[in-house]
Write a protein that binds this ligand. Sequence first.
Ligand SMILES: NC(=O)c1ccc[n+]([C@@H]2O[C@H](COP(=O)([O-])OP(=O)(O)OC[C@H]3O[C@@H](n4cnc5c(N)ncnc54)[C@H](OP(=O)(O)O)[C@@H]3O)[C@@H](O)[C@H]2O)c1
Length: 313
Amino acid sequence: MSDFEQLFKQLYETNITKTTHREPYPAILPSRPELNQAGRVVLVPGGGTGVGHAIARSFVRASADTVLIVGRRPDVLAAAGSRLEQEAKASGTNTKIVTRTCDVVNLTQVEALWRDLASQGITVDVLVANAAKFTEPKPILELGADEVWSQFEVNAKSPLYFTEKFYSQPGEKQKFLVNVSTQAIHMTAHSGVALRPAYTLSKMAGTLLFQLIAQNVPPDKMQVISFHPGLIYNDGWKAMGLPLTPEQFDNDDLCGGFAVWATTNEAEFLHGRFVWAAWDVGELSTGEVRKRIDEDPYYLRASIVGLNGGLQA
Ligand SMILES: NC(=O)c1ccc[n+]([C@@H]2O[C@H](COP(=O)([O-])OP(=O)(O)OC[C@H]3O[C@@H](n4cnc5c(N)ncnc54)[C@H](OP(=O)(O)O)[C@@H]3O)[C@@H](O)[C@H]2O)c1
């Protein structure tokens, strides 16, 4: 095995659940009646490509009333929108697909998006914080403060702004927020991950942001879960020119199904935590892992390794 293949393989190493997945499995299938999304409007920034698109597709399969995808490129959104419409037909759901061009760091555009939804009487029930800015492989001090900060704008500030708008919508209906995070936040020393420290920094900021938001909001008002989607082949991976084929990556229906599951009451025990889509949800929900989640307020949350003992929630 080459050094590179060894590094890639390490990205799959995890020991939280004995069973891990790279393909969808029954408990997270969007067709499961318990995961049905009828009556819900789902908003996915970055839903035109990659992980966000797979998540949007799973919400279509789960019969969401409306799936709204957002991005900056109209052509990409239009193509993605028609794929989702085909998916709605193929899976026999009546999901309405809406596409909207919006730069998520342009607060005037974001404001207009939420104002338009409100003026149409549309309330968003599920927000998937997915859009992200990636970084070239350079140390933080070589990237420079402006570039590093621009990643905070997409990966932390914009999710906060969307969440403020989402949370402050009128009505008492329970809301669900799924934050697409990354394993990079807990693998900072992995030599592949370490090449892009500004991405890790800003994604950790976004993940800690949602953890702390969840601390002050009960899940029956807004359930908040962060997750690593797995390794999903996209233009970014392609551009790296790595000696990998798309087949070596995860099936993107895994992160899609997991995101849908994360918006159900079955996942409430994960409120404010960080998990991987690969971890078996049956094992997470029961036994030793569940016991530790219920007893240890720091487990699967961001903090300083080694300093948690003795501290109370
Ligand atoms: N793929 C993986 O293996 C992997 C692994 C771990 C975590 N993730 C996470 O998964 C999420 C999605 O990433 P991806 O892999 O699917 O990458 P991607 O295909 O590049 O998706 C990023 C999406 O965000 C949108 N976006 C970026 N900046 C935006 C802006 N300013 N305004 C509006 N939309 C914007 C992009 O659309 P436009 O360019 O058209 O605006 C694009 O649709 C990210 O949160 C990432 O951290 C991915």
